[in-house]
Design a protein around this ligand. Sequence first.
Ligand code: IFM
Length: 447
Amino acid sequence: MSINLIEFPEDFLWGTAVCSHQAEGHNVNSDWWEWEKKGKIADGTVSGAAADMLNRYPEDFKLMSDLGYNSFRFSVEWARVEPERGVFSEDALRHYEKVLDELRARGLKACLTLYHWPLPKWMAKRGGWTAEDSPELFGRFVKRVVERVYGKVDIWCTLNEPMVPVIAGHLFGEFPPERRSWNEARTVFKNLLKAHVEARRRILDAWRRSGESDEPLIGIAQAVVDAAPVNPDNILDSAIHKFIRFFHNDAFPKALSSGKVPPPFGFNEKISGLKDSFSYSGVNYYTRMRINFNLKKIPGSLNDFLYLPEGAETTAMGYEVYPPGFYNVIKDAARYGKPVYILENGIADATDAQRPGYLLRHLKQVKRAIDDGMDVKGYFQWSYIDNFEWKLGFEKKFGLVEVEPGTLNRKPRPSAYMYGEIARTGKITRELAEKYAPNVIEEVFES
Ligand code: IFM
């Protein structure tokens, strides 16, 4: 059966997302900055001024609100706020206060991430997340931030994709500090759980002082993949798929729910304050992973288990485009019985040829989830703007808004306008799809 209209709930959040290091730029006191300068970035760039949101945020928030978006997710940068141990930058704290005030003045709700990967250089030097007191030090930084901005934030996200520092930073040595140590990965996993507890405690302290009745929304953004075995009858494919699903998607959220450190990261030991320490499930979804174990390859990273059939639809990142997987991961996230926020979903696409269709097809899956009873409250498109894609540099263009090289002028891509039309009306109409992505009409409007 075909339909003509897809409608979302009235109070739905329509946002975009960025991370400070990637979009604000100028993060010169961080470990990433040091690492980039060693020539580690694939396209030879360094993050530098990135999209210069540090200075241009008023222009950006005006653009977001003109386009029709109603919310924005961004991060505070620890290295900016605490450039030296115990020395807190008044300028940086004032900056984030002003950013949040400006968002509010533009009518945009704020989702604030407290940790999105870079560490202050001084933290990295003393072992980063492997240091025993790292959760406490993170908590001290969060306390300073929360004292300044509590009341201006609508959704708190303590950690972005915590498995990335565990896996890419300490297990497969792909990101700083380029370690390959299972022991370290386990320590980092535990310390990040404790860091979440510390951060939540500081936010709840501020909430108690505020006298507000409703508890603040606190959670993490979990990167999830729709992992599937290429051949379900193959014992290895099937076992590895289950392991990857657990390792990648479930281990961290399960720990937040149970309060215990699950094997293989721990021995089910309890962490005080961890049990049921989140009020929403945050989902970051980009792709599915088809798992195929190849005996001839010795895995150097999780990606070595992946299989992509010839002709599969992919993005500029080489990720398979698989919208039904979005529904599957939302369903998984909804198992915890809390509201679900999509904190990231998007595509690297410099020409915007794929993005409008990608967006419509993925939003259709969000609506499918809502219709099936899942409490999805909002969607943040990654990304608002072209930015520094970590090890891959600036070559991958995730922005709804393009950044002109040199001038850093903003130029919204067609999908930025399309997303605005959806955000303003809460609807995807056939006319809209015809205008921006006629090639996906059949998929989007079949019921
Ligand atoms: O750019 C990253 C972001 O920092 C975390 N999630 C995935 C995005 C795209 O790769």
